[in-house]
Design a protein around this ligand. Structure first.
Ligand SMILES: N[C@@H](CCC(=O)N[C@@H](CS)C(=O)NCC(=O)O)C(=O)O
Length: 216
């Protein structure tokens, strides 16, 4: 049995980023295993045949194979910065906004970012669909520093990595759009130590490697 929960992760994956954000804020230590997709570790596929990251295997061998389940799991144990206690709105409200980010927004983002992967695709129409969601976020952020009040929450951590991904598709266009609050929110996140910490680089994990501890 492992002494620490195991985290299978990939540095640039936005789903894994949100999981690492929650793990880092919670103070939970995990054994970090950096994955290379073309050489997924056997143990990772054994515990989760769908083969996506992030995955947590807790010390009892229980597996969490969806990024938001990882966030929920870690914050349920320790939530020192009240990520699950929004100042404005409710946990259900945060889940609903994250659902919209993971559903229609992410679908439009993928169709805009990888137009060649889809048939009958209109990337600019998809960019517009995604932008409608971002304008909604911008309106919320006009009244408050974060999506659910004056402190960062689960919703910000769940959504920011995807807004970053969207912004990077056509940076000049994104920067020219009229969403000042959204840009302020994204820029503050990208400049934060929190972001720097979760983007630390680790070599590919191999069975038998020394344990790499992440978190706390
Ligand atoms: N619904 C999953 C999605 C995770 C996901 O799609 N991760 C991508 C990387 S960003 C992945 O692992 N892809 C595996 C592959 O491309 O083989 C979650 O929320 O954890």
């Amino acid at each position: 049995m492992n002494k620490l929960p195991i985290l299978y992760t990939f540095r640039r994956c936005p789903y894994a980023m949100r999981a690492r954000l929650a793990i880092a804020v919670s103070g939970q230590k995990v054994e970090l295993r950096e994955v290379v997709f073309r050489e997924k570790p056997e143990h990772m596929l054994e515990v989760s045949p769908k083969g996506t990251v992030p995955i947590i295997v807790d010390i009892n061998g229980r597996v969490y194979e969806e990024s938001r389940d990882v966030m929920d799991w870690v914050l349920a144990h320790n939530d020192p910065q009240d990520w699950l206690s929004p100042e404005v709105g409710t946990v259900e409200g945060m889940q609903t906004l994250a659902d919209e980010a993971d559903g229609p927004f992410k679908e439009a983002l993928d169709r805009f970012k990888y137009p060649e992967h889809y048939e009958d695709n209109d990337p600019l129409a998809e960019r517009e669909k995604a932008s409608a969601f971002l304008r909604k976020l911008d309106a919320r952020l006009g009244d408050q520093q974060y999506l659910f009040g004056s402190h960062m929450t689960y919703a910000d951590a769940a959504i920011l990595p995807f807004v970053r991904q969207f912004a990077n598709v056509e940076r000049d266009w994104f920067d020219g759009e009229d969403w000042p609050h959204l840009k302020r929110w994204l820029e503050a996140f990208l400049a934060s130590q929190q972001f720097e910490h979760i983007m630390d680089k680790y070599p590919q994990w191999h069975e038998g490697n020394e344990v790499t501890v992440f978190g706390a």
